[in-house]
Design a protein around this ligand. Structure first.
Ligand code: C2E
Ligand code: SIN
Ligand code: SIN
Ligand code: FE
Ligand code: FE
Length: 535
């Protein structure tokens, strides 16, 4: 067989030492097609371990240098749980991999260096190659490939390892560049989203006090959309665009918008213009603006055609309009307005259900009912009133969404203030989402999305917690606030680091966030329990 004939399906037993470089090149081509480093590592290790004249094990890891300078394990195959956890963060100075990484040379080690030997039983300290990964002359990390105990490397093998290091460097550098582009795109989208969100908040401050209505409504809508199978990118647009649904109210005079009683029919005719006005205000051709315009124009249309401004019916009403209509009415009913008291939740749910097929799309109402456990939590996460430390919540259980859970909720995280515990549960859920985004290798965009959600919610949570502390004259308010501020700036820093180190950031962020949050809850927030004893 000649080298030209080697393809990715060639039987490894037919690959002779002289053909190794061509064989590796086919790996490069296949590797470029895999969109994450874990698949790449698995592919490469499996192929190489199958070569009878090489003596590699089907076991190894890819480590990349993180923003902190540490090597972060971003992919691994065949590690025991204990080792995977340990190797996730290795200080460069304490580790053999670090030395290889510094000088850019291939190394062969009898063990994983001092630090690892200390952490692992002696029989686990296997021999391995360390291949530096380089990007335009700069070492960005390394690949660890294990060999059986007692194995002595020969020249042919070391030669293959050199080629392998070059090839993997290319693929990893390519992958890194790709992720940096994804992170940059997300940054641009976020900048646009912020402008839009400020407008949404401005439109609400006039008729309600806190700005929480539009956030609740947007998250109810996203929850319903998720149940209906709408994908994450579209849901992202929904969450950003939905708060704009009532911008048109800025065109409605105060004596109508803020009227404490029922509107007469002339007044209501004027009020109804807010939907069309919103559509006219939201100019712009990008997807986000189009989504915002669509929602503003259609959130008062009704399934049976009796709504406004255009009297559309059924699926002629855009899906997001149908979803936002249910989300908006549910929140309007369960909130107080200048013209009405808040309704009890059950009565509001019954009203939504009874309007299925009349005002609302039956499919949206079905999804609303399925999403209720989450929707009722969102109400607590974005509440209008200052948290009452003694209030007890009874929320329906959330169904398990089958995601990897890295930090399960522990009873020791409970501080005995139900609403705050619910906030903390949600923050831990977001950190778990980040963990899932990293371990399921959804890439920099998804990691950025979760980080952004975490940053947003942390700000809201801290604000609400601080308002509660203020109201109850909590004596350690000032130092507690400083901790919150420090955390916010660190989270904001993670977001910036994502632009530079998209492949390692997720791993570092998880450790930092988990440690900070758990420590803060258990050391600081736990002291808030004293507020429940106050008379
Ligand atoms: P909103 O207060 O945010 O209410 C949004 C939608 O929720 C309403 O759309 C309606 O579909 C539903 N909704 C709110 N409160 C009630 C209620 O007590 N009973 C029922 N069955 N449904 C309710 P709609 O009717 O098109 O109103 C749009 C906006 O017009 C309202 O937004 C509010 O800003 C204003 N508005 C409506 N009715 C009155 C009123 O009687 N007095 C005043 N001052 N404003 C009103
Ligand atoms: C609101 O969202 O505050 C009002 C609802 C509406 O007019 O759609
Ligand atoms: C990987 O691609 O394996 C790393 C996951 C990521 O950070 O995107
Ligand atoms: Fe409206
Ligand atoms: Fe706190």
């Amino acid at each position: 067989m000649s080298n030209d004939c080697i393809t990715s399906t060639t039987n490894p037993a037919d690959i002779k030492p002289g053909m190794a470089s061509s064989y590796l090149l086919t790996l490069l081509q296949d590797g470029q097609r895999t969109d994450n480093l874990q698949d790449l590592l698995e592919l490469v290790l499996e192929r190489l371990a199958a070569l009878p004249w090489m003596h590699l094990e089907d076991r190894g890891a890819i480590m990349l240098r993180g923003a902190s300078g540490n090597l972060i394990q971003v992919a691994q195959k065949g590690f025991t749980e204990a080792r995977a956890e340990f190797c996730t963060q290795v200080s460069l100075d304490r580790c053999a991999c670090g030395q290889a990484t510094r000088n850019g040379q291939i190394a062969f080690r009898e063990c994983l260096g001092e630090a690892t030997v200390n952490a692992l039983p002696a029989d686990k300290a296997d021999n391995h190659y360390i291949l530096p990964l380089q990007d335009r002359g700069k070492v960005i990390g390394d690949v660890v490939v294990f060999v059986p105990a007692g194995h002595v490397p020969d020249d042919a093998e070391v030669c293959v390892m050199h080629d392998l290091a070059t090839i993997l460097s290319n693929v990893v550098a390519h992958r890194l560049a790709h992720e940096i582009v994804g992170a940059k795109e997300l940054e641009l989208e976020q900048a646009k989203a912020e402008v839009i969100q400020k407008l949404g908040a401005a439109s609400e401050y006039r008729d309600t006090e806190t700005g929480m209505h539009v956030m609740r409504m947007a998250h109810f809508a996203a929850s319903i959309a998720k149940t209906m199978g709408v994908d994450a990118d579209a849901r992202d647009r929904l969450v950003i665009a939905a708060p704009m649904h009532d911008v048109g109210k800025i065109g409605i005079p105060d004596n109508i918008l803020l009227k404490p009683g029922r509107l007469d029919s002339d007044e209501f005719n004027i009020m109804r213009r807010h939907a069309a006005i919103g559509g006219q205000l939201l100019k712009g051709d990008d997807e986000l603006m189009r989504t915002a315009r669509e929602i503003a124009c259609s959130h008062h249309e009704k399934w049976d055609g009796s709504g406004y401004p255009n009297g559309l019916a059924g699926e002629d009403i855009p899906l997001f309009g149908r979803i936002c209509s249910v989300a908006d009415v549910f929140d309007a009913l369960t909130s107080s307005r200048p013209y009405k008291q808040a309704w009890p939740i059950d009565k509001a749910i019954d009203t939504i259900v009874s309007e299925s097929g009349h005002a609302f799309d039956p499919a949206v109402v079905g999804a609303f009912q399925k999403s209720l456990p989450e929707i009722l939590r969102i109400r607590e996460l974005y509440r209008d009133e200052i948290i009452d430390p003694r209030e007890k919540l009874s929320l329906p259980p959330l169904h398990d969404d089958g995601k990897a859970v890295h930090i399960p909720w522990e009873s020791s995280y409970g501080i005995g203030i139900d609403v705050v515990d619910e906030h903390h549960r949600y923050l831990i859920r977001l950190i778990n989402d980040l963990y899932a985004a990293v371990t399921e290798r959804h890439g920099a965009r998804e990691i950025g999305r979760v980080l952004r959600a975490l940053e947003h919610y942390t700000i809201i949570h801290f604000r609400e917690e601080e308002k509660m502390m203020e109201k109850h004259d909590y004596r350690k308010l000032a130092p507690h606030k400083i901790q919150h501020e420090k955390f916010c700036s660190r989270v904001n820093g993670l977001w910036r680091e994502l632009q530079v180190n998209p492949l390692t950031l997720g791993h570092e962020a998880i450790f930092f966030l988990r440690d900070w949050l758990v420590t803060h809850i258990q050391k600081e927030d736990i002291q808030l329990h004293e507020l429940t004893a106050e008379t």
